[in-house]
Design a protein around this ligand. Structure first.
Ligand code: UDP
Length: 489
């Protein structure tokens, strides 16, 4: 059955307002909300999506729903369900087709299934909403609900978090499948202008995704907490006695014999002392792990061959720098065969490298059993990095970029992927190379960025400021308030 999610609150509005550098943002959001509250009257805002756990939308909704309620806006989060087995495999196909991949044939059979399940969910929702309510429908899975709802005067808005900045047979087919449902929406919201299909062009707004600055992934970590998280998760050797016991499931590192072992077992990665270049992502071919690793290896080979900066400190920096490639532990994600395959490919490339270069590359598997511990590990890793790379060949938005920018870390990414270029301004917040598969450009840019600590510091500052102004939940909610006010005004 569809269900109303009982949200797990993290921080309250008062707690955000109590953080000195967030107080002005909270205040601006409160002011914007006051105007809206008056117009909203007793309308409820309904957030509708297809999953309670996993993925960026599910991660963001508890914060958004919680803040809306603290501001006095009635808000509910509904997760749809399926009364027929084929529905979620079909919506997974639709998701992949929007990303340009998969079998493009979507016919009457698929439409029948999609609409029967949508109508069933719509009937459930009809019993709960009231005329005038605002329905924010996230992503394609529940897109057809408004078509089948009978409650009058609803204000349905489609919030699409995914997209591709090019057209192919797959995208043409899926958008023509989805087009009939657009007529029932008052408006649509996308993450980038490149993602708006023609039929929504007149009634669409861009709202970037955002992060929660007080979540476990993004909150400030005191020095002790940071070192504690790294030591407890086995990402670092503990420098001394500790208060807390190790996490039940440690981070594991790929060893030169091909096995995965507790990350600090054979030797310390060096997160607390060495310069560190990091990429954290799902094990997905499109995340560009392999070309990044090969680019880093090329840079190291040059340095080990004596072809590096003449200044001894600059030289040593490139000598001792390490690359950390982290993602979910393959044991935790056995239901994702593609990830296991990509991890295996990366492992094969790693095992082909010279031992001295293998030493300087840590492929790390982060356990996912505790999402809080996983988030803290990601947080600590990003904070321990001299620079964060997101070498995606394609990227919807790239929250890993936002997360690192918020932590004052300069970014290396590319201008080919749509998400990174929404966020990173070349030579202001980091570097955008043209081609994520250009290993030579990767090698050179990593070396140059590492060689210029003052520039990195300035780019990190600028990145943090940009993340603060553009990509925190407060500015995102303000944009929603403006939009809703326009729609009901
Ligand atoms: N992530 C995580 N643990 C991991 C790997 C990734 O929590 O082991 C998180 C990462 O911090 C980010 C999200 O997964 O919040 C990935 O979002 P992004 O937009 O970068 O890419 P997507 O996975 O949605 O393609």
């Amino acid at each position: 059955m569809p269900r109303i999610v009982d949200i797990q609150r993290r921080a309250t509005l008062e707690e955000y307002a109590a953080v000195a550098h967030l107080a002005p943002d909270v205040q601006a959001m409160r002011e914007e909300a006051e105007g809206l509250l008056f117009r909203l009257g007793d309308r409820t805002v309904w957030m509708v999506n297809s999953t309670e756990k996993g993925g960026g939308v599910a991660e963001m909704l508890p914060t958004m729903v919680g803040l809306l309620r603290d501001l006095g806006i009635a808000c509910q989060w509904v997760v749809i369900d399926a009364n027929e087995d084929g529905f979620f495999p079909l919506t997974k196909r639709i998701h992949n087709l929007i990303h340009g991949a998969g079998d493009p044939s979507l016919g009457e059979e698929e439409r029948g299934l999609f609409e029967r399940v949508s109508a069933w969910n719509a009937a459930w929702l009809d019993c709960r909403v009231k005329p005038g309510d605002i329905l924010v429908v996230h992503d394609p899975q529940p897109i057809a609900l408004p078509k089948f709802m009978e409650t009058g005067n609803l204000v349905p808005v489609w919030r699409c978090h995914i997209g591709l900045d090019e057209e192919n047979e797959a995208t043409r087919s899926v958008w023509s499948f989805l087009e009939p449902y657009s007529a029932d929406y008052r408006h649509a919201v996308f993450s980038a202008p490149e993602y708006i299909p023609d039929f929504f062009a007149r009634d669409a707004t861009i709202i970037h995704p955002s992060i929660d600055p007080l979540s476990h992934k993004n909150r400030a970590l005191s020095l002790h907490k940071l070192v504690g998280v790294l030591a407890e998760s086995a990402l670092a050797v503990s420098p001394g006695p500790r208060l807390y016991p190790p996490y039940e499931r440690p981070a594991r590192r790929l060893e030169p014999d091909g096995s995965l072992q507790t990350a600090n077992g054979r030797e310390d990665i060096g997160l607390l002392t060495r310069p560190i270049v990091t990429q954290i992502s799902r094990w997905d071919r499109l995340k560009g792990f392999r070309p990044l690793m090969r680019g880093f290896a090329a840079m190291k080979r040059r340095i080990f061959a004596g072809d590096g900066p003449s200044d001894p400190v600059d030289r040593r920096r490139l000598d001792i720098v390490r690359l950390v490639l982290a993602g979910p532990d393959p044991e935790s994600i056995q239901d994702d065969p593609e990830a296991t395959e990509v991890f295996r490919e990366l492992k094969a490339s790693y095992l082909d490298l010279e031992p001295v270069i293998q030493d300087d590359i840590a492929i790390v598997a982060l356990p996912m059993e505790s999402l809080e511990q996983n988030a803290l590990m990601v947080n600590a890793l990003q904070r321990a990095s001299s620079m964060v790379v997101q070498n995606s060949l394609r990227e919807g938005f790239g929250l890993t970029i936002t997360e690192a920018m918020w932590k004052h870390v300069p970014i290396l990414s590319n201008s080919r992927a749509c998400g990174p270029r929404q966020q990173v301004r070349d030579r202001l917040d980091g570097r955008l190379i043209e081609d994520p598969e250009d290993e030579k450009a990767l090698a050179e840019t990593i070396a140059t960025m590492l060689d210029e600590p003052a520039t990195r510091e300035a780019w990190g500052r600028s990145a943090q400021r940009r993340a603060h102004e553009e990509f925190l939940v407060f500015s995102q909610l303000r944009r929603w308030f403006q939009l809703i006010e326009r729609l009901i005004g």
